[in-house]
Design a protein around this ligand. Structure first.
Ligand code: PLP
Length: 380
């Protein structure tokens, strides 16, 4: 008999809720993707590149023109200098970047600290590498890290720590002081870091995104992971990149070349064209998505749902404690069927969920869709 390597894993909640939403005709605020088109110029670039014949394998590390555009963007928006040849790798999505970084560095018995709640791909990647995930909870109200608690979880076997800011599912964003503390921890304990920054430009109320690449000890120890899908509104193009020092990049590429080998060529060409033509496009995202967050949250003012406005990402948590005692997984399904709004239960992002009543709603949707969802939620 085949023995499963991931016996506890089934179909992800994201696929299940999206399927249920379409089966029930519910407004789908569950999965994280925009329901409005990406910039026309970007879509035209993809069509043009495919028509012009850029349809064969790209170089394994990514198209030089795209890696160069990434280096320019990092220098321009973050003040980070990196070498496009030895430090930037383009991969089919941030998910593969995370998988390759973990697989490259984690060996049997190595511990990896994950901060719960966290994105669902981290734990399986650690397990498949033979590593031991050590889950440390974020603060249950603010979703910020307790660094003393994290340091207490570091052992002789700790190899790596995974951070994610802006954060999925909570929408929390790390402050500069958090990165400074982590910078000290990493230097003191000799840890590696995966910094999942896929929502870097989705940050609100005048906050600034702080990249791990901007701090010296972190810069030397971090795989920083980004997603074109999130930044350019094309999640279906499944293209992302990883920035890491040359020695770490070399190991990441050894895995990448046998997992996917390359990312899709015309997509990379189109992204390179668009980034060159509209270098400041990502800076428009905070205003666009903050408007959507505020529209959704304002429209919920008359409901018994409680919220703290999301600091970043395109997710808003709603606390339904005043409306129901049900567990979030059951309530989520019930509201998809009966209220007509699909969301994601927050407990699925935990190994040991606290006693919370929280659902995650994606507000990367057209204004009318957000309005309709909020009206339905207000009627509960
Ligand atoms: C925190 C986080 N990391 C990584 C990803 C995956 O990004 P990609 O689609 O580029 O693989 C997601 C997608 O939802 C995410 O929310």
């Amino acid at each position: 008999m085949l023995q499963s390597k991931l016996p506890a894993v089934g179909t992800t909640i994201f696929s299940r809720m999206s399927a249920l939403a379409s089966e029930c005709g519910a407004v789908n605020l569950s999965q994280g993707f925009p329901d409005f088109p990406a910039p026309e110029r970007l879509r035209q670039a993809l069509a043009r590149q495919a028509l012009e014949g850029h349809n064969q394998y790209a170089p394994m590390a990514g198209l030089p023109a795209l890696r160069e555009a990434i280096a320019v963007q990092l220098a321009h928006h973050r003040g980070v200098v990196c070498d496009a040849d030895t430090e930037i790798t383009v991969l089919p999505g941030a998910t593969e970047a995370i998988y390759c970084a973990i697989t490259a560095c984690v060996s049997a018995g190595d511990e990896v600290i994950l901060l719960d709640p966290c994105y669902d791909s981290y734990r399986p990647a650690v397990l498949l590498a033979g590593g031991v995930p050590v889950h440390v909870p974020l603060d249950p109200v603010t979703f910020m890290p307790d660094w003393a608690r994290i340091e207490a979880a570091i052992s002789r076997r700790t190899r790596m720590l995974v951070i994610n800011s802006p954060h999925n599912p909570s929408g929390a964003a790390l402050a500069r002081e958090d990165l400074e503390t982590l910078n000290t921890l990493v230097a003191r304990h000799g840890l590696l870091v995966v910094s999942d920054e896929v929502y870097e430009y989705l940050i609100y109320d005048g906050r600034t995104h702080h990249s791990a690449l901007q701090f010296d000890a972190l810069r030397a120890a971090t795989f920083a992971v980004f997603s074109f899908g999130k930044t350019y509104g094309v999640t279906g193009w499944k293209t992302g990149y990883c920035v890491a020092p040359p020695a770490l990049t070399a190991e990441l590429r050894k895995i990448h070349q046998y997992v996917c080998f390359v990312a899709v060529t015309p997509v990379q060409q189109a992204l390179a064209d668009f980034m060159r033509a509209e270098p400041d496009y990502p800076l428009t995202l905070a205003t666009l998505y903050q408007h959507k967050r505020d529209l959704f949250n304002r429209a919920l003012a008359g409901s018994a749902l409680r919220l703290t406005p999301s600091a970043g990402s395109y997710f808003q948590l709603l606390d339904y404690a005043a409306l129901s005692d049900s567990a979030d997984v059951q309530l989520c399904e019930a509201w998809t069927r009966e209220v007509g709004v699909a969301s994601i239960p927050v407990s699925v992002f935990y190994q040991q969920p606290p006693a919370q009543r929280l659902l995650r709603f994606c507000f990367a949707k057209q204004d009318a869709v957000l309005q309709q969802a909020a009206e339905r939620l207000c009627k509960i």
